[in-house]
Write a protein that binds this ligand. Structure first.
Ligand code: NAD
Ligand code: UDP
Length: 339
């Protein structure tokens, strides 16, 4: 039971990479996904990489009866909850869709964990909870800023729901991982991110521009108060991020958590500008990217990067992959998708 993990949203970008790392670490994985933002090709990729086909159940985490059946039929002590919508702009246009999916799915999972006496839950939070932080880098004690989008609000609300559920249930332990900017793909190029439509995020936009699908990358702002005028972010390789989930599950399973509810920043600790990232992509892949400077994008913060001391010390985890290797993997994945 302790070596079995339910992964919701496991067919998605971060979920599929985490499933690979869990399988590699000896866990048996049950994936639940409604395929609203993914498809079965990621499960095939997982099988090719690991030689193991995880159990897959196509279901909506908001559907309590369907999820109750999953809990009834499978013994597992740990849940990693990735299932959520994640498009910031769409969440502004359709807030109810985001509150319904992101909050209801999580509450449903937490209620069933309580009902079935399941112990450990890991939640996908985000650096977005820090907003425009007054002091950088941000630690887990840096105060959260009011969310600037319904998506960001669902992350803050879900963190608080987890804290309250753990406080009320002695048998439950929870960890929220606050991801910084996940990028890249598995080095095998068999799984990666599959953005639908025009990408909002920087790296998929870069790879699609390099592939000729987008004409030109717009760099949103070169007049920020940063060394080169473009925004600073903490770009974390998705495989490093996936490994963080494995050590966090191990911490809960082994009872090593100091408190029953914990929060960890998962980033590299290193700020990288948009210009640096673009240059890095060109260098890593020996190509030239078509880009122009465009006006600032509404809602972007100037800079945010992680203080990762807590994750380093308590989880024994640190980011290992070099940025150029990550950007090489991102390009290999884009080429694989276009084949
Ligand atoms: P993703 O869209 O690739 O994966 C999410 C998966 O969940 C998809 O496969 C989707 O089909 C599934 N899903 C959505 N709602 C569902 C539901 N109700 N029931 C069952 N399945 C459902 O996104 P991702 O980038 O892998 O993100 C995973 C998690 O990490 C999300 O919670 C996201 O908010 C969070 N996060 C992502 C980033 C990022 O930049 N990618 C940053 C911080 C936090
Ligand atoms: N960005 C950009 N052009 C794009 C997409 C993003 O210049 O087409 C910049 C954006 O302004 C931010 C950084 O890249 O400074 C990372 O943006 P992304 O949307 O990937 O992540 P965010 O930090 O906003 O969650």
């Amino acid at each position: 039971m302790n070596n079995r993990v339910l992964v919701t949203g496991g067919a998605g970008y971060i979920g599929s990479h985490t499933t690979v790392e869990l399988i590699n670490a000896g866990y048996e994985v049950i994936v639940v996904d409604n395929l609203s933002n993914s498809d079965r090709s990621s499960l095939e990729g997982i099988r090719k990489i690991t030689g193991v086909e995880p159990k897959f159940i196509e279901a909506d985490c908001c559907d309590k009866e369907a999820m109750r059946k999953v809990f009834q039929e499978h013994e597992f002590n740990s849940v990693i909850h990735f299932a959520a919508y994640k498009a910031v702009g769409e969440s502004v246009a359709e807030p109810a869709k985001y509150y319904r999916n992101n909050i209801l799915s999580f509450v449903t999972i937490l209620e069933l964990m309580t009902e079935f006496g399941r112990k450990n839950v890991l939640f996908s939070s985000s650096a977005t909870v820090y907003g425009d932080a007054d002091v950088l880098p941000v630690t887990e004690h840096t105060p959260r800023k009011p969310a600037t989008s319904p998506y960001g609000n669902t992350k803050q609300m879900a963190e608080d729901i987890l804290r309250d559920m753990v406080a009320a249930n002695q048998n439950l332990a929870g960890i929220a991982l606050r991801y910084f900017n996940p990028i890249g793909a598995h080095p095998s190029a068999l799984i990666g991110e599959l953005p639908r439509g025009v990408p909002n995020n920087l790296v998929p936009y870069i790879t699609q521009t390099a592939a000729g699908i987008r004409e030109c990358l717009s760099i949103f702002g070169d007049d920020y108060d940063t060394p080169d005028g473009s925004c600073l972010r903490d770009y974390i390789d998705v495989v490093d991020l996936a490994r963080a989930h494995v050590v966090a599950v191990e911490r809960m399973v082994s009872g090593g958590s100091k408190q029953r509810y914990e929060i960890f920043n998962i980033g590299t600790g290193r700020p990288v500008s948009v210009f640096e990232l673009v240059r890095g992509f060109e260098q890593a892949n020996d190509l030239k990217l078509n880009y122009k400077v465009a006006p600032r994008r509404a809602g972007d913060v100037t800079a945010v990067w992680a203080d990762t001391t807590l994750a380093n010390q308590e989880l024994g985890w640190r980011a290992e992959r070099e940025l150029l290797d990550t950007l090489r993997a991102a390009w290999e994945w884009e080429k694989h998708v276009r084949q």
